[in-house]
Ligand binder design. Sequence first.
Ligand code: ADP
Ligand code: MG
Length: 260
Amino acid sequence: MSALIRLDNLTVTYERHPAVHHVSGAFRAGSLTAIAGPNGAGKSTLLKAIIGELRPAEGSIDLGALTRNDFGYLPQAADVVRRFPISVADTIMLGAWKNSGAFGRFSGTDAARARDALAAVGLAGFERRHIGSLSAGQFQRVLFARLLLQDARIILLDEPFTAIDQRTTRDLLDIVLRWHGDGRTVIAVLHDFDQVRAHFPETLLIARELVGWGQTGGVMSSDNLTKARAMAESWDEDAEDCLPEQELAERKSAKREPAE
Ligand code: ADP
Ligand code: MG
């Protein structure tokens, strides 16, 4: 299988503080990859960079001929606003824009597809429910229905099963595995290592810097997990900015100059 998304020395920063640091490698077409790592490891930042929500400070992401429309993205729950007075049907139809045109009207076919997608996630008949009235698990099912409707080649999921009941986790994991079976490329940030080992053939382990990327068995070794934890414990939020070598050297020599 060929490289679909290639990261080359990717560095993503917030106000110059690196969240993802010098990461290189590739996601193959049709691969199913878990992204694992401690809190604050840059996992969400990496997904946001891939979909183009954040720009690389250094290095690059080569998407070949892919465009934003090829990606389905499920943000981390904390980033999803659920207070809009909007129905389940409207929420998932926002995923149908690809077929209706950004400002077009939704067709009867879209409505039928929305019904099918809701049935596929176990929420048949929920169309008119207000999204604010749903449980966390039901809302996550709605977001998966939206992804089903979107029908993207590449699907990025940020902690899809965090704070979700077991039954929902199992149902939604089945959908993820089906996407993989269809030949889609799926990348999911996960923190349940047993789940990663059981279902995800490949893993990218990150602690701002890459710890390992490849077959899950090798990447999730106890050595690598210890290393990732140690890297997280040594994080200093006020660490030196990520600057090009030259600029760093200039800063250092400036610091050495005696005060007036
Ligand atoms: P993860 O998803 O692995 O928990 P994130 O990618 O969310 O980690 O964050 C990586 C680092 O970047 C953390 O130190 C976090 O505090 C910081 N960070 C994330 N988002 C922002 C932001 N919008 N502004 C400033 N710093 C941020
Ligand atoms: Mg995150």
